[in-house]
Ligand binder design. Structure first.
Ligand SMILES: Cc1cc2nc3c(=O)[nH]c(=O)nc-3n(C[C@H](O)[C@H](O)[C@H](O)COP(=O)(O)OP(=O)(O)OC[C@H]3O[C@@H](n4cnc5c(N)ncnc54)[C@H](O)[C@@H]3O)c2cc1C
Length: 377
């Protein structure tokens, strides 16, 4: 069975590693990615705020060593979900089972003024470049602003506001600065009231201004103001933005997407096309766009493919559960455990925040890299 996995992010790597672990060299899996390395989303913040050097968080695909997995460094140019045929810059690929894990693309140019007058911290390049920008910042009004929904890792803008506050305090420029957070959500982490309460308390304690249910529509670089969707304006000296997200063009052109994202059966991750699955940020599976959900969905697709390879019936379905770590500043981390069940309100709990959970988070990353990259991890 020829298995072709498009995208080597959280979802694609988990799928490849899980099947490789079960079938070893008997597996025929091709993993395609246009990038040359994997970087965790949270590592972007680590580099931006100077916690880690960028060489420590970039994991080159050249090191990937998983039995039965062939990595192809190529851009996917077209997908025919009926024929399960894919065109790439390295030539065509024919699949018996196709998995689309191409994530969400970021489009900073879609927000007028963002490229000219601000910065974004969601792409690897944008976050890494901000390390030098922050190092040269001497204080002033900082606005952390989300430009549209949906956006990856809903806690990330809150984490950024808190880490900016730490950064200004450590540089002794807090007295001449302000931090404002603009988010198009009613609460920092809507599915977890406890996590939201902890973050709102942290904002209040630090004097971070919280602007819920608003998004940044544009920046006016000449006047250095962020313009909100209700016409309100916020002056800024440093703007840190979350850019517009969309499915990659190749997905839109394939006919797999409906209303911008790929609809899937939330329990099986099957698309409307036979033997074509989709996982992670590229879907409208009903879970937030976060790596832990992409990983959990990939594990279920691996289970289903494995059952088929063994001639068995798949017994497991996706449970919508994800655990994520939230930086709350001053070295402390909280652990949020949320479950999204179709047709029900999401439920979520909170552990911490505590400095001990920062070590748990480090281990979360380390164990993934060891598993996903095999002997090369
Ligand atoms: C600042 C920040 C912090 C975050 N923190 C967390 C966190 O703490 N916990 C968490 O769970 N999530 C976090 N996330 C979110 C997480 O990074 C994503 O949700 C996750 O990576 C999604 O996994 P995925 O497999 O769906 O897509 P991705 O990991 O984005 O992978 C998609 C892959 O497809 C490739 N690709 C796209 N188009 C093409 C093409 N045409 N041809 C070839 N390859 C292509 C890309 O190169 C990419 O490698 C964070 C994100 C950000 C930005």
């Amino acid at each position: 069975m020829r298995i072709v996995v498009l995208g080597a992010g959280f979802g694609g790597l988990e799928l490849a590693a899980s099947l490789s672990e079960q079938f070893g060299p008997d597996l025929d899996l091709t993993l395609v990615d246009g990038g040359d390395a994997f970087v965790f989303g949270f590592s972007k913040l680590d580099v931006m705020f100077g916690k880690h050097d960028q060489t420590a968080v970039v994991h080159p695909y050249a090191a990937l060593s998983l039995p039965g997995v062939r990595f192809v460094n190529a851009t996917v140019q077209s997908i025919d979900p009926t024929a399960k045929r894919v065109e790439t810059t390295a030539g065509p690929l024919q699949a018996d089972v196709l998995v689309v894990a191409l994530g969400a693309e970021l489009d900073p140019a879609a927000t007028p003024g963002l490229l000219e007058g601000g910065h974004e911290f969601y792409t690897v390049a944008g976050a890494f470049a901000l390390r030098d920008v922050l190092a040269g910042f001497r204080g002033g009004n900082v606005v952390v602003g989300v430009t549209s929904t949906p956006f990856k890792c809903p806690p990330a803008p809150s984490e950024t506001a808190l880490l900016v506050h730490d950064f200004l305090r450590e540089r002794d420029v807090l007295a001449s600065s302000s931090v404002t957070l603009v988010m198009p959500l009613p609460k920092p982490v809507p599915p977890s009231p406890d996590a939201s309460a902890a973050l709102l308390a942290a904002f209040e304690k630090r004097g971070i201004r919280w602007c819920p249910n608003r998004r940044v529509a544009s920046l006016d670089p000449a006047r250095r103001v962020a313009v909100l969707d209700d016409g309100g304006e916020l002056p800024y000296d440093l703007f840190l933005g979350v850019p517009v997200h969309r499915a990659p063009d190749v997905v839109i052109d394939s006919g797999l997407a409906v209303d911008g994202w790929i609809p899937v059966d939330p329990r099986t991750l099957e698309t409307a096309f036979a033997d074509v699955y989709a996982v992670g940020d590229v879907t409208s599976a009903g879970t937030p766009k976060a790596g832990v959900f992409a990983e959990g969905q990939a594990a279920i697709v691996a289970h289903r493919i494995a059952a088929r390879l063994r001639g068995e019936t798949a017994t497991q379905a996706y449970d919508g559960r994800g655990i994520c770590y939230v930086e709350v500043g001053r070295g402390a981390v909280a652990k949020v455990d949320v479950t999204f069940t179709p047709g029900q309100a999401p439920v979520g709990g909170l552990e911490g925040p505590s400095p001990e959970l920062a070590a748990d988070k480090e281990e979360f990353g380390r164990s993934r890299i060891a598993r996903w990259f095999g002997a090369g991890g």
